[in-house]
Design a protein around this ligand. Structure first.
Ligand code: B1M
Length: 212
């Protein structure tokens, strides 16, 4: 657990240079990669978010914490993602318009790869039309995944799903949504096929969706 605490502290303090070594040490000490991610890095980001909310820290501190987390995830990736990419089919993923948060979306992409999907990552601040264009360029896509990490970008998620729901190819794809402010109720309301709370369950649900 000491290794995970070190990872937590380094992410919370935004120590990008030291994080890779600490994650490696935690792995070498036998810590579960999922625990390093969830109890170390994601928990640290929750603390960073809480401190931002209370005015104790500001955007630059959130940014350095995000940078540190990304470096840590790079070390963790081979230990979390083990599948053969591409075997399960193609998915398109992006964070919706107006939203620059990509850590959660990147984790979903990584777990999807691990589950055997080939991932087309459109990045952040993705205009709704881009999801359509990406499908048209990749008509063998099975799932389109949209993330929204801000309450203020939930309407953009709704718009993106509405456009996908009106697309002529709608019956050929499943639409998955997620992100911290999203709920099952909201996903149902906007007409998405699936919602999951975290990256691991997103990949699991994606496998179920393509199997049916
Ligand atoms: Co921002 N930010 N941020 N931020 N930021 C939050 C989200 C916030 C909760 C902080 C807070 O106030 N407590 C708050 C949102 C409040 C709200 O929505 N009402 C907030 C705010 C306000 C803002 C700004 C508006 C601040 C400002 O400028 N005044 C601004 C907005 C910029 C914009 O997007 N237009 C902003 C900016 C930033 C940074 C750029 C500095 C940075 C992001 C850097 C980056 O992503 N590259 C940042 C960060 C780091 C955070 C916090 C601290 C951490 C986010 C994160 O990476 N979490 C965050 C506080 C928090 O989350 N506790 C916060 C870890 C990540 C693994 O979790 O993204 O939830 P998450 O992803 C999860 C699940 O949601 C799920 O799986 C993931 C892994 O399990 N999931 C899916 C995600 N997508 C999915 C898709 C699926 C299924 C599951 O299917 C398709």
């Amino acid at each position: 657990m000491a290794g995970i605490q070190e990872v937590y502290d380094l992410v919370a303090k935004g120590k990008a240079k030291a994080i890779a070594g600490a994650v490696q040490e935690a792995l070498d000490a036998g810590c579960d990669p999922s625990d390093i991610l969830n109890k170390g890095m994601i928990a640290a980001m929750d603390e960073v978010g809480a401190k931002f909310k209370s005015g104790e820290i500001f955007v630059p501190e959130m940014l350095v914490a995000a940078r540190a987390m990304k470096k840590g995830v790079e070390v963790l990736k081979p230990h979390l993602a083990t599948g053969v990419a591409g075997a399960a089919g193609k998915i398109i993923i992006g964070t919706v318009a107006g939203d620059l948060h990509d850590i959660g979306k990147n984790l979903v992409a990584m777990m999807m790869e691990s589950a055997g999907f080939e991932v087309i990552d459109l990045g952040v601040d993705v205009a709704k039309e881009k999801f359509i264009e990406a499908y048209e360029a990749n008509p063998e896509t099975k799932i389109v995944c949209c993330s929204a990490l801000l309450t203020t970008t939930m309407p953009a998620l709704k718009d993106a799903v509405a456009l996908l729901n009106d697309a002529p190819f709608r019956s050929k794809i499943k639409v998955m949504v997620g992100g911290a402010p999203i709920t099952q109720e909201f996903a149902d309301e906007i007409g998405a096929d699936a919602y999951t709370e975290d990256a691991a369950s997103a990949a699991q649900r994606a496998k179920e969706l393509v199997a049916c």
